[in-house]
Design a protein around this ligand. Structure first.
Ligand code: NDP
Length: 318
């Protein structure tokens, strides 16, 4: 099998009974890929490559792609389905960690905590206290864009804060006690904070555009823990500059690891380097799930967590 991305210990240890060829260790990429065109399995331990048609055509015997992370916008799952390849990802094991990060980012952005930390470190406290934060979470309606596995975990935490919670998705979830807005602009008008937790990819590309930001308004705060592609980054920079919204907390960017220069100099943004799930604890659980999916497949059993586009049964032609 092929390993694309870093060869981390849980992955290498867990797959020790299989023959693993690591692209990261190859001296000559083309020669390596030519030599291993017959592989039947692939593990992708980081989104370092776009896995699309070219890869699938190059690996005609491929049966499974076991990918790291719950988001798989770096893999063309529809093309994989056409090639009879099952794609798996690592949902659920990261829900709580990402929800923790979302809440941390929300509080940092609303109460300016990283800015206050910089203030202390710069020795400014002796000359007077840090100014009162312009925003508060009190009386703010929080609108979740996405209410899936992670969105639900975020909402559960928000309930303890006593703030009104609303959400936008394509399908209403009637079992939830929160108001559903089928229209995103309408929800942005009603909410004071938007937290983005939808998948990346064409269906959500730039869904947060100038119109949504205008609707969020000058007191509004945007938190993006989803994917950079979900936000029209230029529209966001403009909205922050022109104070059309108050602040933003961003864990993800359109062109990572590049962050727009303008954001780096703004005091009303909090910036994180895409670390939603990034604790040793959770990352090991995600790596273990990469392994478990491959081992299940190798034993002729259904992989544990296929993506919806490539369900195991349809892949088997049943
Ligand atoms: P789920 O599939 O469980 O939930 C996705 C939610 O988004 C659903 O409520 C879905 O509802 C909604 N959604 C999907 N497409 C659209 C659309 N076009 N318009 C409106 N709503 C939409 O995913 P998870 O909660 O497990 O993960 C969500 C995403 O979070 C991941 O795909 C990933 O990109 C991101 N993520 C980021 C991390 C980070 O480190 N920052 C870490 C982990 C995940 P419906 O289908 O009804 O529209």
């Amino acid at each position: 099998m092929l390993l694309i991305g870093p060869p981390r210990p849980v992955i290498i240890g867990g797959l020790r009974d299989l023959t693993v060829h690591s692209l990261a260790a190859a001296a000559n990429r083309d020669a390596f890929l030519a030599a291993f065109a017959h592989v039947r399995a692939m593990a992708v331990s980081a989104p370092v490559e776009q896995i699309g048609r070219a890869w699938l055509e190059h690996l005609p015997q491929l049966e499974i792609i076991s990918s790291f992370g719950v988001g798989y916008d770096h893999i063309d799952a529809a093309a994989a389905a056409r090639h009879g390849v099952v794609v798996t990802h690592t949902p659920d094991v990261l829900n709580e960690e990402v929800a923790d990060t979302a809440i941390g980012l929300l509080l940092c952005t609303v109460r300016e905590l990283p800015q206050a930390d910089r203030f202390v470190r710069a020795g400014k406290w002796r000359a007077g206290g840090y100014p009162l934060s312009k925003a508060t979470l009190r009386d703010r309606t929080v609108g979740l864009v996405g209410m899936g596995r992670i969105g639900t975990a975020i909402a559960r935490r928000l309930e303890a804060f006593g703030v009104p919670i609303v959400y936008h998705t394509r399908q209403k979830r009637p079992e939830l006690p929160y108001r559903h807005y089928p229209d995103l602009v309408e929800m942005a008008r009603a909410a004071d904070v938007l937290i983005l937790i939808v998948p990346g990819g064409p269906a959500t590309r730039n869904m947060i555009d100038a119109k949504v930001l205008d609707a969020l308004g000058p007191e509004g705060i945007l938190i993006n823990i989803a994917r950079g592609s979900v936000v029209d980054e230029q529209a966001l920079v403009a909205a922050l500059k022109e104070r059309k919204i108050m602040a933003a907390g961003l864990d993800v960017f359109a062109n990572e690891p590049d962050v727009p220069e303008e954001l780096l100099t703004m005091e009303n943004v909090v910036l994180l380097p895409h670390l939603g799930s990034a604790s040793v604890y959770t990352r090991e659980k995600m790596d273990q799930l990469i392994v478990d999916n491959i081992l299940a497949w190798a034993a002729g059993k259904p992989p544990l967590t296929p993506v919806p586009e490539t369900p195991w049964r349809s892949w088997r032609g049943a």
